[in-house]
Ligand binder design. Structure first.
Ligand code: AMP
Ligand code: MG
Length: 303
């Protein structure tokens, strides 16, 4: 369904009726439900096969709407929301009681974000409720960055807003206590630190460098085995696809992020034996891409 006024009105009606709508955001496509309706949110977990222990991000159309969901709005939240919203930054804050426990996986905090895609904002505004939305894929599969990559069985309707411009999931920053980075995205951490001071990095972020068994590490994985290799390293046996920066993939981190899931979706469909990706540099600008590649990889041969 395209993004004209009547499609948005129809999608907003579905949201208000407790149904699921897949919609574009600038990061990836989301699978949305009324965040204030626990039964509607339960449908998201069922459709995705997502464990109830992984909280959802709630999408808002304004700082004012965010403040109806957060019980505390510290100065750092105000500074960051004014600088980055609408945009790919999720702020985790203490939640108010109106946010159902299922949304936050029972946590006393809620992740809030104002998305930058005009269709996402129009949907929230028209539905007049905050929209809880994880990525519109089955649990552990690749996030969709185009409407055609959304599995059609997931949602009651899919809004098509073109390719996602950012291409990887939002930066997640907790301000519930001292600032803590829970998930890197395309916003370099030093930029955030310039505005609010030092930010700790959660162990789950750095753990990406040392793969261990566990669901969380498989979060962003294509079905084709992906190997993260040092540039120039030998590639595995068999028929494979090689992704080098500045060749098959862009040399710029923002352009690389925008192309990443689209490329992995395409290579998955092409049926290669493996995908070998040259490891990007371990710098703040590449942190989001590197995190997703580490989680997507079957093996890391480069530290
Ligand atoms: P997804 O919607 O698939 O991009 O996943 C949302 C991610 O946001 C989760 O995996 C968490 O990392 C993070 N998140 C959302 N809400 C919270 C919260 N209340 N506390 C901590 N992390 C959160
Ligand atoms: Mg996801």
């Amino acid at each position: 369904m395209s993004g004209d006024e009547s499609s948005i009105a129809h999608a907003a009606e579905l949201i208000r009726a407790g149904r699921l709508v897949a919609f574009p955001t600038e990061t990836v496509y989301g699978l949305g439900a009324n965040a204030l309706d626990a039964e509607a949110v339960a449908r998201i977990f069922a459709a995705k096969g997502r464990p109830h222990t992984v909280p959802l991000i709630v999408h808002v159309d304004s700082i004012a709407m965010a403040q109806t969901l957060a019980s505390d709005w510290p100065e750092a939240a105000e500074i960051l929301a004014r600088r980055y919203w609408p945009g790919p930054l999720t702020l985790v804050l203490p939640k108010r009681d109106i946010v159902p426990d299922i949304v936050t996986a029972g946590l006393p905090t809620v992740g809030l974000r104002m998305p930058a895609h005009p269709l996402a904002l129009a949907l929230i505004r028209t539905a007049r409720v905050p929209i809880a939305a994880p990525s519109a894929n089955r649990f552990t599969e690749l996030s969709p960055t185009a409407a055609r990559d959304v599995p059609s069985a997931l949602a009651d309707c899919v809004l098509d807003g073109g390719p996602a411009e950012v291409g990887i999931e939002s930066t997640v920053l907790s301000l519930a206590r001292a600032p803590l980075l829970l998930r890197p995205g395309v916003i370099p951490l030093p930029e955030i630190e310039k505005l609010i001071g030092p930010v700790e990095i959660a162990a789950s972020v750095t753990a990406g460098a040392h793969p261990s068994p566990g669901l969380h590490l498989r979060h962003y994985r294509p079905t084709t085995p992906l190997f993260l290799i040092a540039p120039g390293d030998p590639v595995p046996e068999g028929r494979g696809a090689r992704l080098r920066m500045g060749h098959e993939m862009p040399a710029d981190p923002l352009e690389y992020a925008a192309a990443l899931y689209r490329t992995l979706h395409r290579l998955d469909a092409e049926g290669w034996d493996w995908i070998a990706v040259d490891c990007p540099p371990d710098t703040p600008a590449w942190a989001g891409v590197l995190d997703r590649l580490r989680r997507a990889s079957a093996a890391v041969t480069h530290p």
